[in-house]
Ligand binder design. Sequence first.
Ligand code: BDR
Ligand code: CA
Length: 315
Amino acid sequence: MRKNIWIDTDPGIDDAIAISAAFAAGERLKIIGISTVAGNQTIDIVTDNALWLTELLGQSEVPVVRGADRPLIRAPHPAGNVHGEHGLGYVVPPKAARTLTSDQGAAAIYKAVMELPEGETITLVPIGPLTNIALLLRTFPDVSARIDQIVCMGGSAVEGNITATAEYNIWTDPEAAEIVFQSGIPIVMCGLDVTMKCLLRQEEIRQLEHAGEIQKQFSRMLQFYFDSAAYRGKGAVAMHDSVPFLYLLREEMFSGEHHVIHVSCTEDTCRGMTIVCDGAYTYQQKGEPKNVYVLKDVDAAWFGRELMERLMCYS
Ligand code: BDR
Ligand code: CA
């Protein structure tokens, strides 16, 4: 049985790799649509990237929806230092021939979910800041009944990657993340605890480079990471955004723990921290559901093999 999924994304190098892997798993995942959100780059850039990528992968019939152009409260904080000026490393995508859907924003996601055949549900897979998902849940609360789970990339129960305490996607829009984590919907948090173990090595990027035209584009995106200050001299890079999709393919390869998660929305060094609040905190309401499954570990060798196999599928 194929699982209906909706991808919310800010492509972004690892977003593009993850979306490509997800399309290559069409026997298990049915991608109903893709929405974009300001994050790694501006909303214009990430939306153009999503249109170009779906065209490159031969998936132009999948709707692409332009989402929020900024976080709920804060100004956007693009990550051009990690993803490049155009968001996709050394790839400068030409303008796509395909266009956006006529409906935009959270309303478009709502419509697509509610139009699913009766009895069907959807898994939301957000791999950028959670702005669109918070707007969706707050504006159209009845949508929750059609969402079976949210499997997101974001957060960390260990340390951060944008600040000492916070992971980039959550830090970019912590208010949105708090709304989503407090929605009561079952959530799988693919945070840095597990994503930092999910790697592609420099040798694998070289393999991609010589495999085919589409793989060459992947390698030109990924090489940018290795040349960036964050990864220079390292032999492997974390494929954060692929984790939710590979989790959906084989949950048994991962392990984790159920927790109550709150997001720090303060304006200090803890902003954007995902805090495990299972009872040790006085402000915690008794009986809050442990609706967040925090992934902790993975069969890392399987992850690398599976991701490469999916990326090699394209000819
Ligand atoms: C997350 O931040 C973004 O830069 C990546 O695309 C990923 O979603 C990792 O912290
Ligand atoms: Ca992302």
